[in-house]
Design a protein around this ligand. Structure first.
Ligand SMILES: [Zn+2]
Length: 313
């Protein structure tokens, strides 16, 4: 078991980020059916679940939190809307006459790396703004309502927030003429990055640790310690956080398994439908909405920030 755990600690991230995204690159570059990408994505999620059993960060995060059904719905809706986004690409490129700006003369790998780098910037900035603007925070809070981190939680997003992410984060690339195959590969790479970023796997990043926004730096982003989690907004890289001054390499104190969540909403809704409704009943800074207070008890005086800027995360 020790050898297996050591293997997972060192090989999980390279396998996911280079092995599986590399396999996706092979599928696209060789013109194979995109259905293979679904197989790769399933392999990614199954690998994450298996690695979580062998080398968990917190054993408690492997226990059910009553969130599986909602998370499967989130996963299906997330991937379906990603597919819709890709299907829309030919229409968008037809509508916008800027296709010549995308460097289609470069090798496929270079185009993919450029797309990923720009998307990493766009998603990181959108994420930062999602913690600054109350309207976006209402939607993004659904992602932060999770009581644990595990393989599925990367795609727990309100569909409206995902639409904002896709329109603002990737549509500029499409308008510039990003080809469908790069968009498909980018979608796969972002999905796998989100799985790695949120999975409950204790892994080694070696000398790359300061440059990657995965692992414990992202756990710190999910803590329910008021403003202390207002850091580490990066998708994969930490350099945008360094520029923003929001990079926090170490937690100020040990992160415990039950420290995840939104501090002013301790009874965060568990069902998919309630999570869809959540942004419309939640008022940042006004404490937990009445409908979530367990048995009428709860935290009616929890308004910790009257400014309207969310006080959590
Ligand atoms: Zn966040």
């Amino acid at each position: 078991m020790t050898a297996l755990r050591t293997g997972v600690r060192y090989l999980y991230v390279p396998f996911m980020m280079f092995g599986l995204i590399g396999a996706g690159y092979f599928v696209v570059a060789k013109g194979h059916s995109y259905l293979w990408l679904a197989v790769i994505l399933l392999t990614a999620i199954m690998t994450a679940f298996a690695a979580e059993k062998v080398s968990p960060w917190h054993a408690e995060w492997n226990e059910s939190h009553g969130d599986e059904a909602a998370n499967v719905w989130h996963w299906l809706v997330y991937e379906m809307s990603a597919i819709h986004g890709v299907v829309l690409i030919p229409t968008i490129t037809w509508l916008f006459p800027f296709q010549g700006l995308w460097p289609t003369q470069l090798p496929l790998l270079a185009q993919f790396l450029i797309a990923f780098f720009i998307a990493d910037f766009a998603f990181s900035m959108l994420h930062y703004l999602s913690h600054r603007w109350p309207l976006l925070w209402r939607l993004h809070a659904v992602h932060h309502g999770v009581g644990r981190l595990y393989g599925f939680n990367g795609v727990v997003r309100h569909p409206l927030h995902q639409s904002v992410d896709m329109i603002v984060g990737t549509m500029p690339l499409v308008i510039l003429g990003m080809p469908v195959e790069i968009a498909v590969l980018l979608g796969l790479a972002i999905s796998i990055t989100l799985i790695v970023q949120h999975s409950n796997v204790s892994y080694e990043l070696g000398p790359l640790k300061p440059y990657l926004a995965i692992g414990e730096v992202h756990h710190l982003h999910h803590v329910n310690w008021g403003a202390e989690g207002d850091c580490n907004f990066g998708l994969l890289f930490t350099h945008w956080d360094r520029l923003l001054g929001t990079y926090q390499p170490e937690p100020p104190r040990r992160i415990r398994p039950h420290d995840m969540g939104v501090d002013e909403v301790p009874h965060f809704p568990k069902t998919f439908m309630e999570q869809l409704i959540f942004p419309f009943v939640y008022q940042p800074g006004k404490g937990e909405p009445e409908r979530y207070r367990a048995g009428g008890k709860g935290h009616p005086g929890d308004a910790t920030d009257a400014s309207g800027i969310h006080p959590a995360e």
